[in-house]
Design a protein around this ligand. Structure first.
Ligand code: NDP
Ligand code: 8X3
Length: 258
């Protein structure tokens, strides 16, 4: 399909986990993709695979969503054929550490707030004016069960995801008269690189999070995000919460033999 005939989806945090799975799902459905993350090698490999497997048009934008100037210069410099973004998936995000607030690491807090909240704001501010001009678009923010519940030692991460919940509601109200859909997709425990990042490379601790039950995988969430995107234009999923069958709340997971 020609680039000019396909819909364009912009996915942040596409170098692993949920974002990568979204890239594959959308590519399979014939979308053209703008992919963002900091790890260029990962994005290059993914783009080559998508071009090869599905003939997808892919543009990689390597930047750190925390860096305001990089975000705006990359998005404002998009060539005409890539400018008309139909769907923005604000997915880039992370948790760092799991500790009481009084024992927390302030640098971890800053990175979580700068990525999960400010990064989402910068990217949205750069993309939304084009959607307003075209009077169409869809913003899909990736929240979390941590946007709905606060769990012990999750203080700052939970606060950032509660902020994403609140910002999603604000965007939906503000964009109502511009025919722009705004959705929030909230995953429960999903086996990606999330826990390895949270525990700073401690693979054993990260893996133990998913012991004894079947967690979600990135593709489970990608299917839900694609479902939101593919509904008719007059239908908006405001809020979706997806949990593994073995997880009832953030802290209540039924684990067998653990
Ligand atoms: P991964 O660690 O597998 O993926 C995170 C992605 O975000 C990577 O592509 C990473 O790319 C990118 N990223 C992180 N920081 C930045 C940054 N500063 N600038 C640009 N990209 C960045 O985890 P998940 O796929 O699980 O996480 C995706 C989203 O899902 C996050 O918002 C997370 O909070 C949320 N979530 C995850 C859950 C889970 O259990 N896994 C549950 C609920 C929500 P790179 O490092 O290359 O920049
Ligand atoms: C990720 C889910 O519960 O591990 O947002 O923080 S949780």
């Amino acid at each position: 399909m020609l680039l000019s005939q396909s819909k364009i989806v912009f996915i942040t945090g596409a170098s692993s986990g949920i974002g990568e799975a979204c890239a594959i799902r959308f590519a399979r459905e014939g979308y053209s993709l703008i992919l963002n993350a900091r790890r260029k090698d990962r994005l290059d490999k993914l783009a080559a695979k998508l071009k090869n497997d599905f003939g997808t048009h892919v543009l990689n934008l390597v930047f750190d969503v925390r860096k305001k100037e990089s975000v705006f210069s990359a998005i404002l410099a998009l060539k005409d054929e890539w400018k008309n973004i139909d769907i923005l998936v604000n997915n880039a995000g992370l948790a760092l550490g799991l500790s009481d607030l009084h024992g927390g690491d302030t640098e971890d807090w800053e990175q979580m707030i700068d990525t999960n909240v400010k990064g989402l704001l910068y990217v949205s501010k750069a993309v939304v004016p084009g959607m307003i001009q075209r009077k169409k678009g869809h913003i899909i923010n990736v929240g979390s069960i941590a946007a709905k519940e606060t769990y012990l030692k999750g203080n700052v991460y939970c606060a950032t995801k509660h902020a994403v919940d609140s910002l999603t509601k604000a965007m939906r109200m503000e964009l109502l008269t511009h025919n722009i859909r705004v959705s929030l997709v909230n995953p429960g425990a999903t086996n990606t690189e999330f826990s390895q990042v949270r525990f700073k490379g401690d693979k054993e601790r990260a893996d133990s999070i998913y012991d004894g039950f079947t967690p979600l995988i990135g593709d489970d969430i990608a299917r839900c995000i694609l479902f939101c995107a593919e509904l008719p234009d007059h239908v908006n999923i405001n809020d979706m919460l997806i949990m593994p069958t073995a997880q009832a709340t953030a802290g209540l997971i039924f684990k067998e033999n653990v």
